[in-house]
Design a protein around this ligand. Structure first.
Ligand code: CO
Length: 218
């Protein structure tokens, strides 16, 4: 598609939105009040709004390679802080996807360049769960590492000062772990929905056990 077409499509989309919902864009000027924050992979096949049917104004999005939440990443932490403190989102979801290039590179020690240093965070997840992964059928290890990475990143969100402070103040925000199937377009709930600091540990153990049960059975 020539790049000029993007502008043509944009004008058609804006006109169609205004026809379907007169005043839609002027309504958005006032403020954004999304209930959701999406932390996903930059992968072009995983567009947050389209997958969930959410419209402009309904989901606050942060994406990076392999949906990581690194404790020293000011970019991700700033996005989370804005979403949780300022926008008061009700749900934060960390969304991985099967066939993730970053996760597969981490699993197979593939060198891709500068990004190796970022992917090293996924290798830490891999190494933490090396026994678990080794016990699975080889064909399941990639998908299992996608799941495990999501679960670990949910924990990283939950132990951030932003979430711990929000929960300490009594804020009702849930943090979820999901995985998207590029092959079927479906979201899977990894049963890692955390609503308090105290529940992180038991939910983490149960979610990891769930990955083992799910992946061993295939
Ligand atoms: Co990816």
């Amino acid at each position: 598609m020539p790049i000029q077409d993007l502008f043509a499509h944009n004008r058609a989309w804006a006109a169609q939105m205004e026809r379907d919902r007169p005043g839609f864009f002027t309504g958005l000027i006032k403020q954004q009040t999304p209930k959701y924050m999406w932390i996903g992979c930059s992968d072009s096949r995983v567009p947050a709004n389209q997958i969930t049917g959410l419209e402009p104004g309904e989901v606050f999005v942060h994406r990076n390679v392999a949906n990581l939440v690194v404790h020293s990443d000011l970019n991700a932490l700033s996005a989370i802080q804005y979403a949780v403190d300022m926008l008061q989102v009700e749900h934060v979801m960390v969304v991985g996807h099967y066939g993730c290039g970053g996760v597969m590179a981490a699993l197979n020690n593939v060198r891709v360049g500068l990004a190796d240093n970022w992917i090293r965070h996924i290798q830490s997840v891999r190494d933490r769960h090396s026994d678990l992964l080794a016990a699975l059928p080889e064909a399941q290890r990639g998908d299992a590492l996608v799941d495990l990475n999501v679960i670990e990143q949910v924990v990283n969100v939950c132990v951030s000062t932003v979430m711990m402070d929000a929960w300490a103040k009594g804020q009702k925000t849930s943090v979820h772990g999901w995985a998207f199937g590029v092959h079927d377009g479906l979201l899977q709930d990894l049963h890692m929905t955390v609503t308090s600091t105290a529940s992180i540990e038991p939910l983490y153990r149960a979610a990891i056990a769930g990955v083992v049960a799910e992946r061993s059975a295939r």
